[in-house]
Design a protein around this ligand. Sequence first.
Ligand SMILES: O=C(CO)[C@H](O)[C@H](O)COP(=O)(O)O
Length: 230
Amino acid sequence: MQKFRIAPSLLSADFAILGQEVTDVIQAGADWIHFDVMDNHYVPNLTFGPMVCEALRPYAQTSQGNPVPIDVHLMVSPVDSLIQAFARARADIISFHPEASLHVDRSLQLIRESGCKAGLVFNPAVPLDVLQWVMDKVDLVLIMSVNPGFGGQAFIDAMLRKIEQARKLIDQYAQASGRHIDLEVDGGIKVENIRQVADAGADAFVAGSAIFGQPDYAQVIAAMRAQLMI
Ligand SMILES: O=C(CO)[C@H](O)[C@H](O)COP(=O)(O)O
């Protein structure tokens, strides 16, 4: 059976108790912790950096002590100067936007050399063209289904077609290379639309306000999984 991952975005968590929020959401069934890094330059908002990632690392584990991946989404420009710092902070996946890096291939290489998985993120109006040239250095493709910078926005429906396009490219590449690339979608994902996003081809789902905006995280994550099982 296909493996789906639910990645709650800490952007919508209570920043005053972030460690507890990470513990709670993992106990509620989260597969990955999505860590949104905003610099008030590439996006008009400011969040947290590698020091906070490092501080949260001990919390990102299951009750059996198994590590839960920290999925870092860099909404920063430039990109390269932060890669080593996040690798040292024990991020597992580091993703960036191609237009935020002067040398996309080099940034991907730096991420992988640092021991992390490398992701490329595509804003709603950014085409997937660049992907074909760097596929062999990409471990994750992240499709933004809102404009980056803020949680709680509505899913942009046109992104369903883009997710389908990305799925096609990834499957063609997987057939030729045997390599798996995750396809993650971020923005406006809720219990009501997660099935549609999965049908378009996504296998990892970032959800911020839909999870942290409810008192019972486990109930929301279970409802999302139930949709994915249909
Ligand atoms: O990257 C982001 C915004 O830039 C967030 O991860 C994303 O918007 C998730 O929030 P929500 O599920 O509330 O839409």
